[in-house]
Design a protein around this ligand. Sequence first.
Ligand SMILES: NC(=O)C1=CN([C@@H]2O[C@H](COP(=O)(O)OP(=O)(O)OC[C@H]3O[C@@H](n4cnc5c(N)ncnc54)[C@H](O)[C@@H]3O)[C@@H](O)[C@H]2O)[C@@H](O)CC1
Ligand SMILES: [K+]
Length: 350
Amino acid sequence: MRAGARPILPQHRLPPETDMNRPIHTLATLRHIETLAGQAGMPLMDRAAGAIADRVEQRIVRGEPILALAGRGNNGGDALLAAARLAARGHRVDAWLPLGEPATDDARRAHAQALAAGVTLVVAPRTAPALALDGLFGIGLRRAPDAAACAAIDWLNGISGHRLALDVPSGLDAWSGQVTGCAVAATETLTFLADKPGLLTHDGPDQAGDVHLATLDIPPAWWPAADGACYQPDDDITHRLARKQNAHKGSFGCVAVLGGATGMTGAALLAARAALRTGAGKVRIGLLEPALAVDPLYPELMLDDAPAPSPTPMSRSWRSAPGSVSRRRPRNCCGTRCSAADRWCSTPTP
Ligand SMILES: NC(=O)C1=CN([C@@H]2O[C@H](COP(=O)(O)OP(=O)(O)OC[C@H]3O[C@@H](n4cnc5c(N)ncnc54)[C@H](O)[C@@H]3O)[C@@H](O)[C@H]2O)[C@@H](O)CC1
Ligand SMILES: [K+]
């Protein structure tokens, strides 16, 4: 890093980069990391291009046609620089810029390198590619794609080949996960630096396909504490929890789940099962309308009636559970409402 260019974000720490717990950062943090990399002379686009080219070579065999679809920003730059790398490795690569010439210095440099490496610029795709790189828009999407962008996106969505989205599928809002207008339906997304919230929520999971992360070797000290994490437990999570052999359910805390108004038992059960699977020792469900004596899949769950309304004293077990509760019915079907005054909380609803 250049002298004087120090990271300014607090609480630096290593982002946990396991498949089970991938950090999620705000787009502002990613932009800040990008700035630090620029100050340090760290070639992030080159690293992204290398990761893209490696990924492409896992998907196709030499000789199959590749198309790089590039927008005007650095997302397009990623596509063009990857195209340059692939052409230099002997692949057959076309590049299509349906929105016009590159508009950033890095993208212009990538464009020049692509041409120098033998990438063919086309005004319309010549043939159906075996793989297309989607580099129209990344985290710089500012508004719904216009007609020209949607036409290119529609074309891309119509090919039978592999659609590899770079950073995020073009048209998807990298923060909200929403699609307004049109978006690439990727078969796979290679995202850079960290997972984007938009890949994980709303339309994101449907649009992104399989998501892979290329961290681009950012120094761990540059990362602030993550704003969230993509938690992906496998079915055997409990065997990964570090526990003494001589432990029992009383050693790992208690979770209380309240819910299960008439016809809504499932939400309470799912929440309670999730608590068990993530390591809670005792999990009690207070059903507003008792419908079950036991959960046959998770018989270790303790099913109960929801406790009586305050000020009636609650049973000892419910008093020891997190928070205190009232038996007042939720005001919507799933009881989304949480209130400090009412002191009950139940499951969220869309
Ligand atoms: N943030 C980082 O650290 C890194 C960023 N990289 C790449 O750079 C991307 C971000 O690049 P940019 O900030 O240049 O942004 P983008 O390339 O995502 O998009 C910006 C361009 O699209 C135009 N645009 C935005 N919305 C539009 C719309 N609805 N219709 C038509 N044009 C529209 C803008 O005018 C601008 O020309 C990332 O997604 C990633 O692919 C990578 O090179 C690696 C590192
Ligand atoms: K993209």
